[in-house]
Design a protein around this ligand. Sequence first.
Ligand SMILES: Cc1ncc(COP(=O)(O)O)c(C=O)c1O
Length: 396
Amino acid sequence: MEYRISDKLAAMKPSAIREIFKSLTDPSIIAFAAGNPAPESFPVEAIQGFAADILQNQAVTALQYSITEGYPLLREAVAKRQKERFGVGREFDNTIITSGGQQALELACKVMCAEGDVVICENPSFIGALNSFRSIGAKPVGVELDDDGINIEKLEEALKANPRAKLLYVIPTFHNPAGITTSLEKRRAIYALAKKYGVVILEDNPYGELRFAGEDIPTIKSMDEDGIVIYCGTFSKILSAGMRVGFCCAPNEIIQKMVVAKQVEDVHTNIFFQMICHRFLTDYDCDGHISKISELYRRKCTTMLSEMDKTFPKEVKYTRPEGGLFLWVTLPEKISMPDFVQKALANKVAVVPGTAFNCDTLAPSDSIRLNYSTPSDEQIVRGINILGELLNNELK
Ligand SMILES: Cc1ncc(COP(=O)(O)O)c(C=O)c1O
């Protein structure tokens, strides 16, 4: 049978990094390619306690259908925390609980974009978002990232050149994959340009809680006097990735449309896990927990950077993140990035080729993404030394 796959899906290629992810199940491989929270970061005992208590005292609520907008107590707790922590949410905004941050991004695009519309993105950008935009028939158009965020001149050019741009997707804090944070000045410029060109900003902040150096910078959503920012977050990086609980704060009219779109996707997000997330925010020292895991990531990131400083040739450039899970390494012209990724894998170190994060799937890249949350300290030291030796050999 020759299947007549829908055009939208037929155009989507299997992820270039799938083979590499497969290799991550091999315990002899050092995994710098994953994006998982550290295995030791989950508050297992607390979750066991909440789960037992909920099943003992609120079993029917936990096991019954629920409402699409999300568990009311969780929506309230999320809105409160996001307001206090990140200045997110005004009188015209509302909050919806989603199945991971991923679904929030997909719903936002589904609500805002028709087939053929454009989503302006930072390039490189988060592959999950790019693929969800593509699956809806929207076209990601990339604008290059500088060390302090998207290039503002090029952003304006892209906005002028793409009258069908409906959304501007940005990850201003601890970018995945680039590991950089957008400056306050650029956040203001992004907001001003979006307003000028009538484009809605989709601000993705899955890592904002995980700061281990420097000072917080206001979210773009906190500047949103005009109702032009859709803001997404998740419990994946602070509590559990497997629970699949995320959220979105946006003008109520947009949230109402997201509710309709979510109804046909999954009716509502897993209610039992929403109840656990609520207890995490209200009955637990969640700030203490977040500081503990941020400290864990600070240690792992510092270990990775100090080994890189010692072993990588000076022609290799890399970002120095102040939070989040990733850093971005740019190879000198003399080294072929795809060959290097294959050689690294042959030497039992898995990294992600930068091409995976390109808006234009055919464009080349001279960069790779490294993750420091998943490997142990010992694996970080060993893996970086292997990469360092390979890089030095390449430049001989
Ligand atoms: C930038 C970015 N946005 C959103 C997500 C989605 O997170 P979730 O696991 O909650 O769907 C991720 C996950 O890695 C991410 O890196």
